[in-house]
Design a protein around this ligand. Structure first.
Ligand code: HSE
Length: 412
């Protein structure tokens, strides 16, 4: 019986989860691959730290020792930062090993180079764990893209942010306490700035864009905002209006242009993201044959992320062509047009007495907060004129909900 030898780089939440799952699901892996899977080496930073790793596994902080192993079939990377990770993975590919990564920042920056290098060395790259934790979104999109044309992709892509927003609303926790809990549970990045300022979701969005549309928008043109401006008061006001804050990434293709944004957005009860709570992520894809589908599941944490890596282990060991549907995809269909039409917004600091001709009042939420209808351009004008302090878009069928009196509002 042949053996597949794996090295795991990093033994934090993800690395440890992969190590444990290779043991707990050894039979299933052997069943599907026809070979035993063995962890041959683990790359760690601190040699003094006690870890529960079998004695026959090489534990080292020198990647060259791993590269020198007589057999190295797969390198699983579960560390953070772009470097030295990118360099390690290039070395692994050149040595003839398949690679699997969970590192979205590195992959958003260097994914194309790694895929090209892997192709020239006839090895595979697995990156399912870079986006939406345990949800098999990459493979699903690949499958969908065999024939379907995708127009729009929306997602809740950061588990930590969604967890914080849920804790603040349900348990009236402060932002800081909710973030601490997300860190204790292993959801947050080593530097949680990436989570709460929207960088993590931004990198995932760029990876999804390449899968869905074969290219990315210019990074400079992508609106990126995290959740740090969302106060408990805002969350309570939204709740009274039947709305919830979600940190939403959206990408769509209009003509040859890709538009993307990552920011806090409000959704009403009929939106598929309304009930996506805690560390859950969700991805909603609109494509021309199937219409709209939503995938939902745990977006972070030890075993959900390990699940994505383990599925990739099967994928790369079967030596699937990594570039499939990454650079050569079916034509996209046009996404929903977001031109200058009127949309709904929750806006703060705008006085109704202003009698502003730019906007239509829909409802007054508090003395400070109202729901208005206006185009994006008009909203930006109000902010520039300092007539309003902040604004959040409301997406979905909320207007109909108001008309159906599903929410009690002092409609003006
Ligand atoms: N910190 C990330 C999150 C981990 O909270 O979504 C999974 O990518």
């Amino acid at each position: 019986m042949s053996v597949i030898k794996v090295a795991i780089l990093g033994f934090g939440t993800v690395g440890e989860g992969v190590y444990k799952t290779i043991h707990s699901h050894a039979q299933e892996l052997e069943g599907v691959l026809g070979s035993k899977v063995e962890v041959a080496a683990v790359l760690i930073r601190n040699k003094q730290k006690k870890r529960n790793i079998d004695e026959d596994v090489l534990i080292t902080s020198d990647f060259n020792e791993i590269l020198s192993l007589p057999q190295l079939d797969v390198v699983v990377e579960a560390i953070v930062d772009k470097e030295p990770t990118f360099t390690f993975l290039k070395q692994a590919i050149r040595r003839g090993s398949h690679i699997i990564t969970a590192n979205k920042e590195m992959f958003a920056h260097h994914g194309n180079e790694l895929l090209e290098l892997a192709e020239s060395h006839k090895v595979s790259v697995g990156f399912e764990a870079t986006v939406a934790g345990g949800i098999p979104v990459i493979q699903t999109l690949r499958q969908l893209l065999n024939v379907n044309r995708v127009g729009t992709v929306q997602g809740i892509l950061n588990g930590t942010s969604n967890f914080i927003l849920t804790e603040m609303r349900e348990k009236k926790q402060s932002f800081a306490a909710a973030l601490r809990l997300a860190q204790e549970k292993g959801y947050a990045e080593a530097d949680p700035t990436n989570d709460v300022e929207g960088f993590d979701a931004f990198y995932k969005t760029m990876i999804l864009s390449r899968i869905a549309f074969g290219k990315e928008p210019n990074w400079q043109n992508v609106e990126r905002e995290g959740i740090t401006s969302i106060t408990r008061e805002l969350i309570e006001t939204a709740e009274k209006l039947g709305l919830r804050f979600k940190h939403i990434a959206s990408i769509s293709k209009i003509g040859s242009q890709i538009n993307a944004a990552v920011k806090p957005t409000l959704v009403g009860k009929s939106h598929p993201f309304y009930g996506v709570e805690g560390v859950e992520n969700a991805v909603n894809v609109h494509s021309d044959i199937v219409g709209r589908i939503t995938l939902q599941g745990p977006g972070a944490g030890m075993f959900p992320t390990a699940s994505a890596v383990i599925e990739d282990l099967v994928y790369v060991c079967q030596n699937q062509l990594s570039n499939k549907n990454f650079t050569n995809i079916t034509e996209a269909c046009d996404g929903e047009k977001k031109g200058n039409e009127k949309e709904l917004w929750l806006i703060q600091g705008l006085s109704k007495n202003d009698n502003n001709p730019l906007i239509t009042w829909v409802a007054q939420a508090t003395d400070e907060t109202a729901i208005i209808q206006a185009s994006r351009e008009e909203i930006e004008k109000l902010i520039n004129q300092q007539k309003a302090t902040c604004y959040f878009q409301i997406i979905g069928e909320y207007e109909k909900e108001i008309k159906n009196k599903e929410v009690t509002l002092a409609v003006l």
